[in-house]
Design a protein. Structure first.
Ligand SMILES: [Zn+2]
Length: 1149
């Protein structure tokens, strides 16, 4: 310290001269009129000399707390003497040349910019301003401008723009003066209002005079002029002006000239700047048209192709591809309508909203495209100042609930108890006295008749002829028998407990199966004489069904077929997909999150652009089309065969575009015209060893985990038959990007000019004559659920109390099952019965969103745990009464919807005011909860299982007033709010117990947009403090034991069982009885759980719904024609080691 002090002192002594001079200058400034011009000239001259010769004097002037800058600026402001002014400008130029932003910051904060700009304006008024003065002024402004955020406004308000412009016009050949003037102009132009005004002064034309063909001379100047031009062309008015004067072909010609001549790539930045001009000009429709007319697509395509091998030219390829995508003529989706191909007329149409809109649409309206796609450039450049970037609201905060009243629990009983009383029947456990001799589990049939079936032995051997395997999905019954089959369907008792008749029934079910099989091939038990249409081959193959029943305790192919018969689908499906029939045995190998191949998206986009450039290469052959009465079945050996007419399937159309490339169109949710994300379809007739490219071309979300290492799932029937019945993560060259198919404003929620997205993947098939299935995520059909419930029911022991009831019927005529699971009372003694009845309730729901199949797998894990014989499970059952609705949206699941129910609405946005007619499952689920609250049995925990398409890991959303308030700037001091921190405990426990669970991804903020979700309504209206949404990733984990791996059903099921373990621990922590016993220990533990995460200063981060932030792949995410924010507008990526496609990922996920 002493040393440092001494050093400073010495410095002060040595530089006393400059301080002395500054003192003199300050005194001179103080004089009313500067009379002694000579003196001030001398002083400033000496200071300049010192500065030029001794760096330390610069430091001395700029040192913190020094008034040097102020003194110098005051002198500049006061003096009229040219020599003095020049001296001072030189001093400032010297001072600001080094020292980076801080020195400029001091200059700006002392008002330097305005002083220099005023000087510029004054000098500009003179008849012949000194060239030297102008040079110095502009040099100084060129240094200051880029670092003064208000520079553009200041320049305009001071009237400096025209001074510079006039100077430029007069000095086009004077390169010495031209450069600093252009540099200043470049900064002026970056302000949008300035750009308009400069354009009116003819600066665009001026810039076109400066730029020109390839030349080694004046490249710095050229670069600045190009950047200025690019900035000016961001103004639509300027762009139009440039198009009108035929500058688009000129720019393309200049670009080609540089491309040809810059063989050693020394001037990549200039070439990039030319592209920058083209990029901005093509933001307007006229510009895009001019670009196409000038053969821009071919020019940029060809130049890019030549640039591709040189990695350092990537910025050129990327910008070119951006321009080409933008100019790519918007195409129409190859559909007659975007409404679902299947119809389910609603008896009650919602009064307002998208469904009402859909129903009020006049017939014959083309909803696939509309005039919005023309992207008219009607907007006029803004004349208002738009520079208040600082004041820009953090968009994340917009959605946070700030109304304290809405955040407070308002457990008001909104319905009279009399109305809720009907739900009493679902809570028999509250009144069960077990005094009757009858088995407590024997529950009536709820009015359903017993099936009339007889016994047969299980049938694991399935005979299929060659036809069957070739023409894939198992056909359940031939067309002639559908109706009778359907009748039989309804008689199949699903959702009932067959207590005491269980074994008999299972055998009966098998008999039902054999009937089904007979319908299909009449061949099951009596040999394999299939009678399919292609039977003439005579070849028969006996295919042994993989014995998944042995590997999968809850799976039984035969039982599955029976369940399918009881499932009502809108299309009336008669086929079963093999994967659902055989079952899925999770593979033992690890499936890593895929590392993205460099440039994959770019190369896919180039292939798309080739469609336009080489149209004759495109086949455009429709090979599957549900919109046609007879869906084409092309069997010419030249194309794949597609099918998805089975439960949860949703492929609408397949078009062969190239020999091994297909465009696929997904069906929208029923009674909706969008929500395309989930997919499930079948492919056959493939060639072995050839990479096939599949493009799902009507995706809607702006980003996807397919950009972050997620693969699609594939199921090979050949593999299944040879002993590996399983879904595997597969596909290479996977990416997700905005495409050139336009989305009508109807489909885009009123937004105009939006495009669809393409999800592309490439697969090489391994087996000949295989039938393969592709899915977005591990399918889990409604029939699968029913099968699992049957099997679970069979796992009952005398210790388990299990009831399955029909909560209600869905719009599609399916049953929504409600399960009650707890432990039987230890005895029929009063104490035990009392304990039994008074166990706290845990209420679980899942699969409100059909596309989130992972939620069902987690639920399966929970259910299996609850029905298991382990002591933990028994202990858990003794602790709680579980009320579980494992599938809130059966219809959506069955019909291959992604998000909605048959009413075309997102059921998880209906919880505030569910309609008994339109949203029966939600209405009755909420009623159950209202009933519980009404009788004083509000659940301890409510959790709704979901899947998350944009984030990794498993995590929870909860509700907390405090955390919500912390995230906003609401002045209400959070100390006023009383809140129990118990909502933290369960997620905390889960993070300790479940490897896939990530506490840091959890959020407890209440968002406005979620006000009608289960989580928020159950928290606020029902009063469940521990009300959660549990979100499971569709992709994989980036932390914990499964870091770097994609998630599979094993991990999802584990999550479900660990959820149970966490509930058991929660019980131990919250049980008053046990607290009495282990008072201190448990209190410590609870406080520890709370302390570690819940101290006031550290609320969890607020997580946006749209989750994984916009993927910043440099090129491809900003191809919207009106997109202004090009992430690399100002800095070229020259570092070849940095892959612009991927470097952002880690920091953003
Ligand atoms: Zn969901």
């Amino acid at each position: 310290l002493q040393c440092e002090w001494a050093g400073q002192n010495r410095c002060r002594l040595n530089s006393s001269r400059v301080l002395m001079l500054l003192g003199q200058l300050e005194r001179l400034n103080g004089e009313a009129v500067v009379t002694d011009i000579e003196a001030i000239r001398q002083v400033t001259g000496k200071i300049l000399h010192l500065i030029q010769t001794q760096e330390k004097t610069r430091k001395e002037i700029m040192t913190k707390g020094s008034s040097g800058m102020e003194v110098i600026l005051t002198s500049l402001e006061n003096t009229r003497d040219l020599q003095t002014i020049l001296n001072i400008l030189c001093i400032l130029n010297e001072l600001l040349t080094v020292g980076g932003g801080r020195r400029v910051g001091v200059f700006v904060s002392k008002g330097g910019t305005a002083i220099v700009l005023q000087l510029l304006v004054q000098s500009g008024k003179e008849a012949s301003p000194s060239e030297e003065l102008m040079l110095h002024l502009h040099s100084l402004l060129a240094k200051v401008g880029p670092k003064d955020r208000k520079f553009g406004i200041k320049a305009r308000l001071n009237g400096a723009l025209n001074v510079t412009v006039n100077l430029l016009k007069q000095n086009l050949q004077n390169h010495k003066l031209l450069l600093p003037c252009l540099q200043v102009l470049r900064v002026y132009s970056s302000n949008s209002v300035n750009a308009v005004s400069l354009g009116k002064s003819g600066v665009v034309e001026l810039m076109f005079k400066v730029i020109g063909p390839y030349s080694k001379k004046n490249t710095t100047l050229l670069k600045v002029a190009l950047d200025t031009l690019a900035a000016l062309l961001k103004s639509k008015m300027n762009a139009r002006r440039a198009v009108d004067r035929a500058h688009v072909p000129a720019l393309l010609a200049i670009y080609q000239d540089w491309h040809r001549n810059d063989t050693r790539h020394r001037h990549m930045l200039i070439r990039k700047s030319i592209l920058g001009c083209i990029k901005n000009i093509t933001n307007i429709k006229l510009g895009r048209k001019a670009f196409i007319d000038a053969d821009g697509m071919r020019i940029l395509y060809n130049t890019s192709a030549e640039c591709l091998p040189v990695r350092t030219l990537d910025p050129l390829v990327n910008t070119s591809s951006l321009i080409m995508r933008k100019c790519f003529p918007k195409n129409r989706l190859p559909l007659p309508t975007i409404k679902s191909v299947f119809h389910h007329p609603l008896q009650h149409v919602p009064a307002s909203g998208p469904v009402a809109q859909l129903y009020s649409q006049p017939p014959g309206v083309d909803d696939v495209v509309d005039e919005s796609d023309d992207n008219e450039d009607t907007e006029v450049d803004t004349e208002n100042d738009t520079e208040n970037e600082e004041d820009e609201k953090d968009p994340r905060n917009d959605d946070i609930e700030t109304d304290i009243n809405k955040l407070r629990s308002r457990q008001v009983l909104t319905r009279p108890f009399e109305e809720l009383r009907v739900y009493e029947r679902f809570f028999r456990e509250f009144s069960e006295d077990f005094q009757v001799k009858a088995l407590p589990l024997l529950i009536e049939w709820e009015g359903l008749e017993q099936p009339n079936m007889t016994l047969q032995s299980p049938c694991l051997m399935l005979c299929l002829n060659k036809w069957a395997i070739k023409s894939p999905s198992f056909r359940l019954w031939s067309n002639g028998t559908v109706s009778s089959g359907m009748k039989e369907l309804h008689s199949i008792p699903f959702g009932i407990c067959w207590d005491g008749v269980c074994d008999k029934l299972e055998l009966e079910l098998v008999q039902g199966l054999s009937q089904l099989l007979l319908d299909a091939s009449q061949s099951v038990n009596g040999g394999c004489g299939g009678e399919g249409p292609q039977e003439e081959s005579g070849e028969q193959a006996v295919l042994e069904v993989p014995d998944t029943a042995a590997l999968l305790p809850l799976h039984d192919p035969d039982l599955y077929l029976v369940m399918v018969k009881g499932t009502c689908s809108v299309p009336g499906y008669t086929e079963v997909a093999y994967p659902d029939y055989f079952g899925h045995v999770a593979p033992n190998f690890r499936e890593h999150i895929l590392e993205r191949v460099y440039g994959v998206q770019r190369s896919k986009i180039f292939q798309d652009i080739e469609r336009l450039i080489h149209p004759t290469d495109i086949l455009d052959k429709v090979v599957y089309d549900l919109d046609l009465q007879s869906c084409p079945v092309i069997d010419d050996g030249e194309c794949l065969k597609f099918n998805s007419q089975f439960e949860s399937g949703n492929l609408r159309k397949a078009i062969q575009v190239r020999k091994f490339e297909y465009d696929l169109v997904l069906n929208s949710d029923i009674n909706s015209n969008h929500y395309h994300q989930w997919f499930y379809f079948e492919v056959s007739s493939m060639r072995v060893g050839v990479p096939y490219r599949f493009n799902i071309i009507n995706c809607e979300k702006s980003n996807s985990q397919f950009n972050y290492g997620m693969q699609v799932l594939m199921y090979s029937v050949q593999d299944a038959i040879s002993g590996s019945p399983r879904w595997v993560r597969t596909g290479s060259d996977i990416c997700y990007y905005k495409n050139h198919f336009s989305r009508s404003s109807i489909a885009a929620g009123g937004q105009k000019g939006k495009s669809y997205y393409t999800m592309t993947f490439t697969v090489t098939f391994q087996h000949k004559d295989d039938v393969c299935y592709f899915a977005y995520h591990y399918p889990y059909t409604y029939s699968t659920l029913k099968m699992h419930l049957q099997k679970l029911r069979a796992l009952r022991t005398p210790q388990i109390y299990y009831r399955q009831e029909q909560l209600c019927e869905t719009l599609g005529g399916n049953c929504c099952p409600l399960l009650t699971i707890t432990a039987m009372p230890e005895s029929t003694g009063n104490d035990h019965i009392c304990q039994f009845r008074n166990r706290p309730v845990v209420f679980l729901t899942a699969r409100v969103h059909p596309g989130e199949t992972n939620a069902s797998w987690v639920m399966k894990g929970t259910l299996e745990f609850l029905m298991s014989s382990s002591p933990l499970a028994q202990s858990l059952r003794e602790s709680y009464i579980f009320k579980i609705i494992p599938m809130l949206n059966p219809d959506g699941v069955i019909n291959g919807n992604h998000r909605c129910s048959l009413s075309g609405e997102d059921l998880n946005r209906q919880w505030l005011t569910p309609s008994a007619e339109l949203h029966p499952t939600i209405y009755h689920t909420k009623s159950l909860l209202q009933y519980l609250t009404a009788i004083g049995r509000t659940p301890l925990v409510f959790c709704d299982y979901h899947g998350h398409s944009r984030k990794k890991n498993v995590f929870m959303y909860g509700c907390s007033i405090k955390e919500t308030v912390w995230q906003t700037n609401v002045s209400a001091s959070s100390s006023d709010l009383q809140e129990d921190l118990g909502y933290r405990t369960l997620p905390k426990l889960l993070s300790q117990l479940a490897p896939a669970f990530s506490l840091s991804s959890c959020s407890f903020v209440v968002e406005r947009s979620k006000e009608s979700t289960a989580r928020v309504v159950v928290w606020r209206e029902i009063g469940v403090q521990r009300s959660y949404t549990m979100e499971s990733t569709l992709c994989g984990c980036d932390q914990g034991k499964y870091k770097g791996l994609q998630i599979g059903t094993r991990e999802l099921e584990e999550m479900g069982s660990q959820f149970c373990v966490a509930l058991l621990r929660l019980r131990r922590l919250t049980s008053p009885l046990e607290l009495r016993n282990h008072h201190t220990h448990l209190l410590d533990m609870e406080s520890d759980l709370i302390e570690t995460r819940c101290n006031i200063t550290c609320p969890t981060t607020y997580v946006m719904e749209e989750d994984e932030p916009a993927f910043l792949e440099e090129v491809d995410y900003s191809a919207e024609s009106d997109e202004e924010n090009d992430p690399d507008a100002d800095h070229a990526h020259l570092d070849p080691s940095s892959d612009p496609e991927f470097t952002h990922q880690d920091s953003l996920t």
